[in-house]
Design a protein around this ligand. Sequence first.
Ligand code: NAD
Ligand code: UDP
Length: 307
Amino acid sequence: MRSIVTGGAGFLGSHLCDLLLKNGHDVICIDNLVTGNIRNIDHITSDRFTYLKHDVTKPIYFGDKIDYIFHLASPASPVDYLELPIQTLKVGALGTYNMLGLAKEQGARFLLASTSEVYGDPLVNPQPESYWGNVNPIGPRGVYDEAKRYAEAITMAYHNHHKVDTRIARIFNTYGPRMRAGDGRVVPNFINQALNNEDITVYGEGSQTRSFCYVSDLIEGIYRLMTVDFNEPVNIGNPTELSILGFANEIIKITNSSSAIVYRDLPVDDPKVRRPDISRAKKLLGWEPKISLEEGLKETIRYFRQL
Ligand code: NAD
Ligand code: UDP
């Protein structure tokens, strides 16, 4: 089997490359390093692995047969996509278009890394795949949310019209080793603040909720989704929901930190709740997360300590 992973030098992409190599695939990692880092794939020595520095908003052709295309390329942290609004829209639109074109030409199976952000600031909790979402298209987060909604739409169009064999994974907040320390997401922020005994910056009152999935669980879910025959979106995430204030306290406890909690302005359109309904993934993939928050955070903290 030969697989392409776009965004393969990023946080999730690099773990997916590891799993594919472990499962015997030849892997081509395509990444322009806009938010990723070559260090994430430095440990890979396999001769079945190839890295190509390439921007997927530009077309690319392969002579050799490709079986699977995992399309993960996209800035993912709110801080990143607010700094890179046009690149984010382009990679969701043109990048997805190019990779679907490649899948069509190659007869390859295609998986889109979509997001819980397609649900926006959801009015139902937990979110099932049947929920259409509550997104502000012209708000600051619209560049990411709408890029992913477009990406889902074009993926379904290639499936329905061109009969490309597609998958859509709606990924919920995922954390673990190889997250970029400065990417601005809550997990690296809180862990680094706690490890340095600096103030922990809770945005708003910290009453907004998130549900955090450990990276190994997420990657296993993505891989299984690629191997079953199902074209509609599937939520992949951990349904254990907690408030951001509760999350800050958990990190202070695990790191045994003397950090204080300080409150900062809530970013515009920050979703108030987020929790996956994973009934579909359970039934279809026989999958559910195995790693507890405490276990996952300990691994992640170990990673950030040695940076
Ligand atoms: P990341 O920023 O670590 O990885 C994204 C990778 O894509 C980076 O290596 C970046 O350099 C690359 N990239 C961006 N634009 C590119 C382009 N035009 N051409 C080639 N490469 C490009 O982020 P991540 O957390 O690993 O996210 C990976 C994917 O999963 C993204 O599509 C993201 O939207 C999705 N996702 C992640 C989460 C999460 O919690 N981590 C949640 C929902 C969805
Ligand atoms: N957040 C926070 N402090 C930080 C970073 C983030 O309170 O230093 C909050 C943020 O407002 C959001 C949640 O944590 O409610 C998750 O933010 P993140 O950027 O990780 O991802 P999101 O789920 O919003 O895409």
